[in-house]
Design a protein. Structure first.
Length: 760
């Protein structure tokens, strides 16, 4: 099964044109693998091991990829023994990162290929890929038998024992018996979780406070808890614990039967894709091979005709991870699905849920997509480990919500008014009438200047990037002529991209608000304005740190279109600030740092394996302004306010609790101890939870699009995206109402206005 492939349901911010944007493996003393049943022969229990033979396209694929990696990639590294050794480790992680299938002997048998991967690519014979696929398939059949037998009888939930959920803390199983024991413990945990979910339906807890949004975890940093979707809401719950335990085992048996069936039927190029991507990821995490089927999905762009949930997905270990929520899409309007969430199951309308663990991502995408107005139910696991079922009404992207939006903010009557611009991405288009990010910001700055606001907050939180030209043009609206960003390719050729238009659209005080979601084009804008001394950068910590450019190379061209090979997304350039410093890995560090609700999450470019290193080149010629502020004094005043703020002061406590929970990977399996741990964790999460809806509005919000119109009264609370509860479609006014209400209570925006007030 190919890994690390990004699929967009509504938006992909990378194509054959240069854009800048932010951007997993399958999860085991016997004789060596040669003693296993050979491929395509019956295995134990009558199961068939279906391993496709080497695909005839692999020689052409190997040559095309090798040429692009060695000559087109930013690093221009020769694929040699050193790269092979890195790729071998990557390959094992992709094949069995959870250490739930391969034995130690299996890994040792494959180790003969450790420094030969480069030779296999040059020969066009991917021996490791096919040996690994054959061994893995045999182990799938073995584990299938374990699981079937274990779930056929009641499990003992009274033994004082533990399970370690972090595979990095586990060694590969040394024997089949040890592998079986590992699966027994995993299944006991899943049964406990399923029974607890049934009991929660019998006695629903009081609604918990909503936690602040967090950001995605580093892929592979922590394995997801075993996927255990609850029984369908319509299914009856047995009255006794023993009955519920039996039902949990039966549901799991059905789930795993489907999962193992999928693992036994890989696609022809899956084995080759795993090995090619292991090599690509040894160079950097954004260089990715996309086989033909995945390329077809990758090419889906945001449009008015696409109907889905508006989210970008990728495979992560056994599951499907939410990478990005598309502004204006159905998920963004619903507000529950977040980057970093893991999808456990998918259900259509009122149909039974389908477990998607180990399912190919293109199959999951097909299930999630659907006609406008229909409902899809997703069982998801949040970054905190909690699970819930949500339903989303499929819809087209509401284009208006992807555009920049402006407002005038005041804290109290008689106090100065400030401008606010929210920019979700650096969008653009060709042709007459097409809106662009730079054009919309130009219009909003003009309106704010006409209103004589005391300063402007430009909110780039969550902005993952987009069109480079718009980032340069927008920076030019706030500075006079001068360089904005430098770009260097793999031959050392440097281009300085500048704003050549004299004058500015707005010359007042500016705060740029960022977070760790701010990436690429956002970092270019924030870095340039910081380097010029034109704006104060305020944020929750360093930005994402993606300072590289990718392009999508069509591999079919290498064969004159005669063979369908797919594409290679390859890193070709690196960005540098006008100071010569790269944004790669380090990102842009805020001038004033505010509490980070996602501090418990390891994320950003610096956390990715094999991320390209930070570097520096010669500075460009630019004229730095003399800032109209004393940074030390501003920082001290801000810190004093934050310490007294009812929400911001609590953020540190919240993230500490979530950090402790995230690092607690050793779980007791004795039922009383497991239930006590679960209760303690929930109490800690509730105590640390933050709900901005409980806060009185701190700001008065007037939209620029509706001059003079104050924020309407708060909307009627619902559990869904609008009136009518889950799945109901929110009217435009409802969406604007929620936007105003959220903005009026946003403590980070409130503190940004305080900082602007302190600037004299």
């Amino acid at each position: 099964m190919s890994r690390h492939h990004l699929l967009a349901l509504a938006l992909i911010a990378c194509s054959s044109k240069t854009q800048v944007s932010k951007e997993s493996p399958r999860t085991g003393d016997v004789a060596p693998p040669t003693a296993q049943a050979p491929a395509d022969e019956p295995a134990a229990g009558g199961a068939q091991i279906a391993v496709p033979p080497p695909d005839p396209r692999e020689a052409a694929l190997s040559m095309a990829v090798l040429r692009l990696l060695e000559h087109g990639h930013l690093l221009r590294k020769t694929i040699d023994d050193e790269i092979s050794r890195l790729a071998f480790d990557n390959y094992l992680d992709r094949l069995d990162g959870g250490k739930m299938f391969l034995l130690r002997a299996d890994r040792e048998a494959l180790a003969s290929h450790t420094d030969k991967i480069d030779d296999e690519l040059r020969a066009g014979s991917l021996d490791l890929a096919h040996e690994g696929a054959k061994i893995f398939a045999a182990r799938v059949v073995l584990v299938d038998g374990f699981v079937s037998a274990l779930l056929a009888a009641p499990l003992d939930h009274n033994n004082e024992e533990w399970i370690e959920l972090d595979p990095k803390k586990n060694e590969p199983a040394a024997s089949e018996q040890e592998l079986r024991e590992r699966w027994r413990r995993r299944l006991e945990l899943e049964v406990l979780e399923r029974v607890a979910q049934m009991e929660a339906r019998l006695d629903p807890p009081k609604p918990a406070k909503a936690e602040l949004k967090t950001e995605p975890k580093k892929p592979g940093a922590m394995p997801p808890k075993p996927a255990a979707p609850p029984p369908d809401d319509k299914s009856p719950i047995p009255p006794t614990w023993e009955g519920r335990e039996a039902k949990a085992r039966a549901d799991l048996a059905k789930q795993y039967a489907g999962r193992f069936a999928r693992l036994r039927t890989p696609e022809p190029l899956d084995a080759a894709a795993d090995l090619v991507n292991a090599v690509a990821s040894a160079l950097d995490p954004h260089t990715v091979y996309l086989p033909p089927a995945d390329k077809a999905n990758f090419d889906i762009h945001m449009s008015g005709s696409l109907e889905g949930i508006g989210a970008v997905l990728r495979e992560r270990e056994h599951l499907i991870e939410i990478v990005e929520i598309v502004p204006g899409g159905a998920s963004a309007r619903q507000g529950i699905l977040q980057p970093g969430d893991l999808i456990l199951s998918v259900a259509q309308e009122n149909a039974d849920p389908v477990d998607v663990t180990d399912m190919r991502i293109d199959e999951v995408v097909k299930m999630i997509r659907g006609p406008k107005g229909t409902v899809v139910r997703l069982r998801i696991q949040k970054a905190s480990g909690t699970q819930e079922t949500i339903q989303i009404t499929r819809d087209v992207v509401v284009v208006e919500e992807t555009y920049a939006r402006g407002a005038v903010l005041t804290r109290k009557p008689g106090q100065p008014a400030y401008g606010y611009i929210h920019l979700p991405s650096f969008y653009g288009g060709k042709g007459p009438g097409q809106r662009t990010a730079a054009g919309d910001v130009h219009r909003l700055l003009g309106e704010l200047k006409a209103r004589k606001v005391a300063g402007v907050v430009i909110d780039l939180r969550g902005n993952g990037g987009g069109l480079l030209g718009d980032a340069i043009e927008m920076t030019g609206q706030l500075i006079d002529e001068g360089p904005v960003v430098q770009v260097q390719d793999n031959r050392g050729k440097r281009d300085v991209l500048s704003d050549d238009k004299p004058g500015t659209d707005y010359d007042g005080k500016v705060v740029v608000l960022v977070d760790r979601f701010s990436a690429s084009a956002s970092e270019i804008v924030a870095g340039a304005l910081q380097d010029y001394g034109r704006a104060l950068i305020v944020g929750t910590g360093p930005t994402h740190g993606k300072g590289t450019v990718q392009t999508l190379a069509d591999l079919d061209r290498a064969t004159g279109g005669k063979i369908e090979l797919g594409s290679l997304k390859v890193t070709i350039q690196q960005f540098f600030r006008v100071t010569g410093s790269s944004t790669q890995r380090e990102g842009v560090s805020p001038d004033i740092v505010l509490p980070d609700p996602a501090a418990h999450v390891e994320s950003g470019e610096r956390e990715l394996d094999h991320a390209i290193a930070w570097s520096q080149i010669a500075p460009a010629q630019y004229k730095k302004l003399q800032p109209a502020w004393k940074l030390e004094a501003l920082t001290q005043k801000s810190a004093a306010r934050v310490a007294k703020h009812p929400v911001l002061a609590k953020v540190a406590t919240s993230t500490q609790a979530l950090k402790a929970r995230r690092s607690d990977t050793r779980v007791p399996l004795a039922r009383p101890a497991w239930e006590a741990r679960r209760k303690e964790q929930r109490a800690a999460a509730d105590a640390a939870s933050l709900d901005l809806k409980d806060m009185p509005p701190a700001l008065t919000v007037k939209l620029l699009d509706e001059p003079g119109k104050a924020a309407p009264p708060p909307p009627v609370p619902t559990t869904g995206p609008g009136p009518g509860g889950p799945g109901a479609k929110a009217a435009p006014e409802d969406r604007l109402t929620r936007w105003r209400e959220n903005l009026a209570r946003d403590p980070w925006v409130e503190e940004s206005l305080n900082i602007l007030t302190d600037v004299k």
